[in-house]
Design a protein around this ligand. Structure first.
Ligand code: FUC
Length: 844
């Protein structure tokens, strides 16, 4: 069946509604079996048989910096554009020194156990000059296609094997084909419109945006000049210039007002560039127009085919490092949104594999060396004030974005995150000194492109959190442990050291216990005293479990780095001494891991944050082999918290159940997250996935995608617990499969296949050499001539320096009777010595 093409002009919104209603009146098109852009693979495609009618149906493309959401209409194509430095406001830091006496008073009240008074005082007085600036859209490139007739055979797809989005349909005997990509090799979004008959391309090109902007025609190109908005008293300092340059094969190009008109062309290729005056978080002195000119010149030097080819090659060099096959699907002929709807009830392991790979696609598309790190929405945002300003929330969300980077073989995509940490280590000195009179650097629970470090959105349950620097710097450890890169460690050692100096100077003796604690802080973003609306709640505390775990990990990392680099022995000794005085983890009255210093957890608490479980994941302080009671306590806490929550929370829970070695429960969480929701879903904590596979908080938040990708890799291979653990949490739903290219600590790359839920063979590629331990259901046999020794004591410690596990304080168990012994599948531990660059093959 076909649907009529209508040619209407008007504002974007009415056109989108128009597309929707035409669609509803006259669908369905689907006579065609899906076909990919040439060279693509069906298994790696998202596809739909109708145009996008909402933003979360549109398909994202990006080169780390420049992003577009492609709607794929028949009468009208819309590319909603982003550039990762288009933010509101300008260089500033929201550190407000007048808060210092209040922070001190709140700390004293907490230590005197006057928590409610402390909270009241904090709520009244602790707020910064601003709560950060918003990430903003550039606007919409609108292409009106002036063909008339009925379209059939419509297909819109995103080929994540090649990073190309495409639209195809037939109208009046002509097949139209359109593709868009954000070139990884050039600084441009490239769109080509073509047909299988000459002279069919009649189109008008224009631009609209909610941002302050002007549009003009500059020679044969469209030019837009715009600026970032003023926000919360900070004036907008970002300026951007955008050019859209059409390149025609045949036909004519004319301008009319601020539009370009193309008639009778055979093909049209549009090169869209956007540049800003942003140089660094404290410098907006660049010439945006000169940058845009240079970008356009660069994009136009090669032919379309050459740009496309280099883009694909660049993309595949990163993407193809990991392949994943979790089993077949019967749903190949169903559009992606229908597969999402059916996932929980059906058998579609291939969709879980697609979800995993889509997370890698999104990281490649939103974070490349030299770009800004992926923010709350990666780089895709149509608004001027998106939810939470689409900033960087540091009490889980920003870190989660980078969980897949090292294990899924995309290490260099982690670079923008380190660059941000570097910036914060400078801007955060002001916060440490002026708010706490402390040494080193710190940041609270949020930052933005200007690298603000003060409290955001008030103290309440979030703003007064002290853990930002400690959590961020764990990533320096991950990078080092996965790559063994000592130069990197040396380069970032001062950042680590200065973060540790902040915490060392902040740790205060708790008068009740004598332990050294951080105060005032909170367990992100949960409260222990929750009363009815309008009444005083309380979240502020000292020595919360997550803070203790974070400081423990940071000090441990600095001690390790100091030893590896042979410097600062005295400082490392000082940290080791302080580390011993941190509170131990505690197992409370229900057998749960205590979230706070006091046993305040409630079995009714279903809060989305599970911060105290950081000790199990992403940290490695808790283990079934080394700390069985704590391992069991985490399980109890997870049972208490329940499953369904926000997208990112469920992504985290997939990883936690994987670390709890429970594959079926991890899979259950996947089914909670891989379920179709739409833009009208209002429930704040229900998770789910939009038609375009963006994760829903709701609303859209990219961390849910990255959390699930990291979680699936944790289900297949783990390496945090002194050994490479093969298939630690495989669900019954994936009895057969194979994966290649997953990376572990120690710089090992794993290719593996399994059948009947058990590994049948694997190859270990040793990038760095050195000893390694492997944990599997039984001892493997080596095809290569190498000695493999069975290790009897699972707690004897890894011989590989990059796979060390910490020795933590003995936990306090308040009611030993309620702590259950964990039940975990028996495993065999073997050890071998590897040589740098060699492959080792094994079978069972
Ligand atoms: C934290 C979370 C919210 C949301 C926001 C961006 O504040 O508690 O759920 O993800 O970050």
């Amino acid at each position: 069946m076909a649907y009529a093409s209508t040619l209407k002009r008007g504002v974007l919104a009415s056109l989108l509604v128009g597309i929707a209603s035409v669609w509803l009146l006259a669908c369905q098109v689907s006579d065609s079996h899906p076909q990919e852009a040439e060279g693509g693979s069906q298994a790696l495609a998202l596809w739909y048989n109708r145009p996008a009618t909402t933003w979360t149906e549109a398909l994202p493309v990006g080169n780390g910096r420049l992003g577009a959401m492609v709607f794929g209409g028949v009468d009208q194509e819309v590319l909603q554009l982003n550039e990762d430095t288009v933010w509101g406001g300008g260089p500033n830091n929201n550190v407000t020194p007048s808060l210092k006496p209040y922070i001190e008073e709140v700390a004293d009240l907490v230590l005197a156990n006057r928590h409610e008074e402390a909270q009241r005082l904090a709520d009244e007085h602790i707020a910064s000059s601003n709560s950060g600036m918003p990430y903003q859209t550039v606007g919409n490139l609108v292409i009106d296609l002036l063909h008339e007739g009925s379209a059939d055979g419509y297909r819109r797809s995103l080929d994540i094997g090649q990073a190309i989005s495409s639209v195809k349909y037939r109208m009046a005997g002509v097949t139209y084909y359109r593709e868009t990509f954000s070139a990884l090799s050039e600084p441009a979004v490239v769109t080509r419109l073509s047909a299988d008959r000459p002279g069919q391309m009649d189109l008008d090109i224009r631009f609209d945006s909610p941002m302050a902007h002007s549009v003009s025609v500059d020679g044969e190109r469209l030019r837009v000049d715009g600026k970032g908005a003023d926000h919360e008293g900070v004036s907008g300092k970002v300026r951007f210039t955008m050019f859209v340059q059409p390149v025609l094969d045949g036909g004519t190009l004319e301008s009319s007002g601020d539009e370009l008109r193309i008639r009778n062309a055979n093909t049209v290729t549009l090169y869209t560039v956007v540049a800003t005056n942003f140089v660094a978080y404290d410098d907006v002195s660049a010439d945006e127009t000169a940058k845009a000119e240079a970008q356009l010149a660069q994009a136009l030097t090669a032919s379309y085919d050459a740009v496309r080819e280099t883009h694909i090659a660049h993309y595949r060099e990163q993407f193809d490092r990991v392949t994943l096959d979790l089993g077949p699907t019967d749903n190949d002929d169903r559009p992606t949104d229908e597969r999402l709807k059916a996932f929980a009830g059906g058998e579609d392991p291939a969709l879980a594999a697609l979800y995993f790979q889509f997370g890698r696609y999104l990281l490649i598309s939103s974070s490349q060396p030299g770009t800004q790190p992926a923010n709350l929405q990666g780089i895709w945002n149509p608004q001027m004030t998106p939810p939470w300003d689409s900033k960087y929330t540091l009490n889980i969300n920003a870190e989660m974005n980078y969980w897949p980077a090292e294990p899924t073989n995309l290490s260099e995509l982690h670079d923008p995150f380190f660059a941000m940490i570097d910036d914060l280590s400078v801007s955060g000195r002001k916060a440490a000194e002026r708010l706490y009179g402390a040494e080193g650097w710190m940041v609270h629970h949020n930052t933005d492109i200007w690298r603000i470090t003060g409290q955001v959105d008030g103290a309440y349950m979030w703003g007064q959190w002290l853990g930002g620097a400690a959590w961020l710097t764990q990533h320096i450890g991950y990078r080092y442990h996965y790559t063994g890169d000592r130069d990197f460690l040396a380069r970032y050692y001062p950042v680590l050291k200065e973060a540790a100096r902040f915490y060392a100077s902040m740790l205060t003796e708790d008068p009740d216990t004598g332990w050294r604690v951080l105060v005032p802080s909170n367990s992100p973003e949960n409260d222990y005293l929750h009363r009815g609306e309008g009444e005083q709640q309380a979240a502020i505390d000292a020595g919360v479990t997550m803070d203790n775990q974070l400081v423990f990990d940071l000090f441990t990392l600095v001690e390790e780095a100091s030893e590896v680099l042979g410097q600062d022995e005295a400082f490392a000794d000082e940290l080791a001494e302080l580390r011993k005085q941190l509170p131990p983890m505690q197992i409370g009255q229900y057998g749960q891991l205590q979230e706070w210093l006091q046993d305040w957890d409630s079995p009714d608490d279903k809060h989305r944050h599970i911060s105290h479980l950081y000790g199990l994941h992403p940290s490695n302080q808790i283990s079934p082999y080394r700390t069985p009671e704590l391992f069991s306590a985490v399980r109890t806490s997870m049972e208490m918290r329940g499953d369904e929550s926000t997208g990112w929370s469920m992504g985290w829970k997939v990883g936690i159940w994987a670390r709890l070695l429970d594959g079926n429960r991890a899979y259950k969480l996947l089914t909670d997250q891989i379920k179709l929701v739409d833009e009208n879903t209002e429930s704040f904590e229900s998770g789910g996935t939009y038609a375009n596979m963006f994760a829903a908080h709701p609303p859209y938040q990219i961390d849910g995608n990255f959390g699930v990708t990291a979680g699936i890799s944790e289900m297949l291979v783990q390496s945090h617990d002194g050994a490479i653990h093969l298939l630690p949490a495989l669900p019954d739903a994936w009895p057969e499969g194979q994966v290649s290219g997953l990376v572990t600590r120690g710089g090992f790359v794993i290719d593996m296949a399994w059948q009947n839920g058990k590994v049948t063979e694997f190859t270990l590629h040793s990038r760095l050499g050195g000893p390694v331990r492997i944990r599997a259901h039984r001892a493997p046999t080596a095809s290569t001539n190498v000695a493999v020794n069975t290790i009897d004591d699972p707690n004897s410690g890894s011989p590989n320096p990059l796979m060390q596990t910490p020795t933590i304080k003995t936990p306090l168990i308040h009611r030993p009777g309620v702590v259950k012994a964990p039940s975990v599948a028996p495993v065999t531990l073997v050890e071998l010595e590897t040589e740098r660059g060699q492959d080792y093959r094994f079978y069972f």
